[in-house]
Design a protein around this ligand. Sequence first.
Ligand SMILES: C[S@@+](CC[C@H](N)C(=O)[O-])C[C@H]1O[C@@H](n2cnc3c(N)ncnc32)[C@H](O)[C@@H]1O
Length: 288
Amino acid sequence: MSTMSEQVLRLADDGVDFSDVDCLPEEIRELVSAPGKFADPRVLAYTTSNSIIARILHQNPASDAMLRIVYPDGNGVPLTEGLDRFLSRSLSGQALRDRLDFCAHWLAEHFVHDNVSVVDLGGGSGSYAFEALVRAGRIPTGFRWDVLDLDLEALAVAQTRANESHLGHAVNIRKGNFMKDVGPPADYAVLIGVLCGMDKETATTVLMRAKEHLKSGGEMLAATLLMRAFREDPRTFRILCNVGGWQLRPKELSDVHKIFDDAGWQIISTMSERPGGDGQYAIIHARC
Ligand SMILES: C[S@@+](CC[C@H](N)C(=O)[O-])C[C@H]1O[C@@H](n2cnc3c(N)ncnc32)[C@H](O)[C@@H]1O
């Protein structure tokens, strides 16, 4: 099993009350409630047999496929009962939907303009591209959005979306590693849900490399998970951490700011998926 992050291990220090979570049998509730009970094989067996989200994350903790289940179109998966419904309806599931909604609005307003290009680093199945274009309501003249990702399955979903959408011709789907495969420099970059599993050093390296995808003075919108998520929704994260191999590394806001500073970005504004600014994600608008 992969090494658990320091943040995940800290989450295991305390017990968490699952007594009213009736989608789990009593034995599993007891196992996930107790401190230090991550990676119990009985929990893993139960969750991966009863939850699509757990199965996906067990195979690939950084998967875009989990997001497609939780995002509002539901990807054809009716979450009407059971563990997937519990996870998807949690505060953290809501935070993912709010993140998509907030960022798509913001991107439509700030990055979708005439004669500009956007590169979406780790853009997965293109959820942000399509949601931002839908909100913009049109494709500006000369506008182009590149979705760059390593995951062929996610890219195939993005391609199907592009083929089936009247906005799809502005979206270019590209297989590549954003650490190596740098295309023509873009005006804007998007980096959402990519730094969440990285330690500070790796996140800084990625942010330094991200600058190479942009023209001088180019701007980025990035979003990454904050420690507040673990603090306010420990039940969801305890279940996810039990899935094994879960390596989330939520950060304090001060750490997020330091990572951007260390990588040489100038932060223009710090936002959150919640209107009050106290959400589970730091959403950073920065210039290189
Ligand atoms: C959690 S998903 C986020 C997808 C999308 N940005 C979203 O928020 O809906 C993270 C994505 O980053 C991609 N990824 C991770 N490292 C990458 C790399 N070095 N180059 C390209 N894609 C990468 C993964 O394949 C995955 O699709």
